[in-house]
Design a binder for this molecule. Sequence first.
Ligand code: NMX
Ligand code: MLT
Length: 434
Amino acid sequence: TTDLKAAFVEAIPPEMERLKLLKKEHGAAVLGQVTVEQAVGGMRGIPALLWETSLLDPEEGIRFRGYSIPELQERLPGASPGGEPLPEGMLWLLLTGQVPTAEQAHSVADMLRERSAVPAHVQQVLAALPSGTHPMTQLCTAVLALQSGSKFAAAYDQGVHKSKYWEPVYEDSMDLIAKLPGIAAAIYRNTYKGGKLVEADPKLDWAANLAHQMGYDSEGAQEMMRLYQTVHADHEGGNVSAHATHLVGSALSDPYLSYAAGMAGLAGPLHGLANQETLRWVHGVQQELGGTPTNEQLRDYVWATLKAGKVVPGFGHAVLRKTDPRYTCLRGFAQRHMPDYPLFNLVSLLYEVVPDILTQTGKVKNPWPNVDAHSGVLLQYYGITEERFYTVLFGVSRALGVLSQGIWSRTLGLPIERPKSLTIDAMLQHVGAN
Ligand code: NMX
Ligand code: MLT
C-alpha cells in the first residue's frame, strides 16, 4: 500500500501481540534499579519508559527503528535519486517500522499537502502577539490555537470507545504535522520579513515547502532543510520534549496539547534552545576574536565562558558519551556543500579545542559536541541568519517522532504516567539515616 494509515493499521496486530507477551510473560522482570543519586539527579539512566520509534546507545548515538543515520541517508528516498532523505520517509519509518519506497514517501507528501492549510484564526492569533515574542512562544501559541480543531478531543466528548482512540489521534497528528511548515514560516515571515507570507507550492515536498514559505528557494537550501528535518525527528523517549509530549498525552490530552507541552520544553536553553545559544556564542567569539582566532585565543574564550558560570552551548549531553552522529551527519553536509565557509571552519576549530577543556574541568561527563553545535552553521550559510528562530525548525522536525509515538501510545493503550516521588526525609528514612 502507499497509504500511510493502511500501513500503520497492518502494523498494529503484531505490535499488540508483542506487548501482550512482554507484559504477560515478563511483567515481573527487572529492567534496572533506582539509586538515590538517580532520583535526585534527573532520573538519568533509569529504564522506565516505553518508546518504540527510536533507541539511543550512549556511544553510537541514535537509531531510528533500528537504523543509524548513515544507513538512513542511503535507504530513505530523496526528492531526487541520491538526494538527502525526505522527512516524509522518516515519518513512514517511525510510524510503521518499515523503510518506505519512493512512492510511499511521495504519497505521504501528498497526504500532508492536502491537510496543510493553516486556519485564519491561527494567523490572527500570531499577528496579535506583541513584536519581540520569542518564536518558540509563538509556536506553542499557534499550536494551542489549532487545538480547537482537535478530532480526538471532539471524539472523546462524544464518548469514543478506548479501543478507537488511536484513530482521531492519528488524524490530529497528521493534521498538525501538515500544518507545521505553514505555521513556522508564518512565524518567520511575521517576525523577520514584515509579515509578507509566501504561499505553499503544491509541487514541493513538506520540508522544501517549509524553506519555500520562509522565502528560501535554492536547491541547496531545500536539500539542507530535508536533512535538517530528518535528523532532528526523534531521540528516544526520555529527552525533555519527547517525555513532556508523552507525559501530557498519557492524560489523554490531545496531540495539540501534548506537542505544545513538548515544545515548551524544547524552548529551554539546555535542550532545543541550545541551537540558538550556540550561534549567539559563536558570534560572540567572532566579535571578540575576529574570523580566524588561534587555538590559544579560543581556549581562553572557552575558559572565560566556564569561569562566568555558563555552559558552552552545543557541547555535552545527558546520555550520549561520544560525538552526536547528528553532528557528524550535518558536518558531512557542510564538507560537501560549504567546505570553505568561514563559520564552518570556526565550528570545526571548536571541535578541536572545546572537548579537551571540558574534559579538564573533571566534571563534564560528555565533552563532545551535540547536534546543536552544527545545525546553525548550515542555516546561516543559506541566509537564514535569525538564530532566535532556529529552535522552531528543530521543533517542527521533532513532531514527526513524538507524534508517531503518541499514536502508538494510544493504540497500545498505555496508561496515565504517574511515577512515585519522595521527600528528602522519606529518602533518608528509607536508607535508615534518620
Ligand atoms: N559546558 C559547561 N558545563 C557543562 C557542559 C557544557 N557544555 N556540559 C555539562 N556541563 C556541566 C554541568 O553543567 C554540570 O555542572 P554542575 O555539576 O556544576 O551542575 C556538570 O558538567 C555535569 O553535567 P553532565 O552530567 O555532564 O551533564 P547533564 O546530563 O547534567 O546535562 C546538558 C546535559 C546537555 C544539559 C549539558 O551538557 C549542557 O548544559 N550542555 C550545553 C547545552 C546544550 O548543548 N544542550 C543541548 C543538548 C542537546 N539538545 O538538543 O537537547
Ligand atoms: C534531543 O535531541 O532530544 C537532545 O539530544 C536531548 C536528549 O536526547 O536528551
